[in-house]
Write a protein that binds this ligand. Structure first.
Ligand SMILES: Nc1ncnc2c1ncn2[C@@H]1O[C@H](COP(=O)(O)OP(=O)(O)OP(=O)(O)O)[C@@H](O)[C@H]1O
Ligand SMILES: [Mg+2]
Length: 203
């Protein structure tokens, strides 16, 4: 089983959004997927409960993993994750994805987090690969240019920028991912996801 951790201690950075759509993507490929929710608010677990049963199955983390033998575990983590809990979560995951929004507060908090991540043993030893994703991006804004500058200066790769779109809000409500929607509704957003999906396939 391979594991992907979605983490950024900054609240509202887009962790649950990334984690749920990633789980939806892997399930749409026919993989056995567990979506583990480390957040006491249980947003990802709630999304899973709202997920229509006819869609590709995603298992909650109470699933019997011995019997299931999942291919992938996607781990959604809480705001404020730090210390031993962060170390344990990073150690679990071959891939760590950090969503960042174009705001000064988000970039400052994320800068601190990236410094902590770099010191994690699993990252130093390259057992865990870290990459970043720009989240809720409007290419016309100055803050997006500032985000691009910030991300390019960080030592981890920037995989893609996802636009700010109501589709993400609707999917959150309905237990859906982009990969459950007809291409006519999701093509523009799926295209933005492609470099992230390629990065996952390459590992
Ligand atoms: N690309 C996007 N376009 C529009 N809305 C988005 C996008 N990404 C996230 N959102 C919305 O922003 C809000 C915060 O996103 P999300 O819950 O994924 O962040 P989080 O990092 O998990 O937050 P928390 O730290 O509270 O767990 C949600 O209402 C979500 O629907
Ligand atoms: Mg969340």
């Amino acid at each position: 089983m391979r594991s992907i951790l979605v983490a950024n201690p900054k609240g509202g950075s887009g962790k649950t959004t990334l984690a749920t759509h990633l789980a939806g993507y892997l399930a749409s490929l026919g993989r056995q997927v567990v979506l583990a929710d480390l957040d006491r608010q249980q947003s990802a677990a709630g999304w899973l409960e709202r997920r229509p049963p006819q869609l590709p199955t995603i298992h909650g983390h109470h699933a019997n993993k011995q019997a299931l033998r999942p291919d992938w575990m996607v781990i959604d983590s809480p705001a404020g994750l730090h210390g031993d809990k962060l170390t344990a979560a990073v150690k679990l995951a071959e891939l760590v994805i950090v969503p960042v929004q174009p705001s000064a507060f988000d970039m400052l908090a994320t800068g601190d987090f990236l410094r902590v991540l770099r010191k994690e043993k699993a990252v130093r030893k390259e057992r865990s690969q870290v990459a970043m994703v720009g989240m809720r991006v409007d290419p016309r804004t100055r803050s997006t240019a500032e985000l691009a500058e910030f991300l390019l200066a960080a030592e981890f790769p920037v995989l893609t920028y996802l636009r700010d779109a109501q589709l993400y809000v609707q999917c959150a409500h309905e237990g859906l991912s982009l990969f459950d929607l007809p291409p006519s509704r999701a093509a523009r957003d799926v295209e933005q996801w492609q470099p992230l999906l390629d990065w996952i396939s390459a590992h």
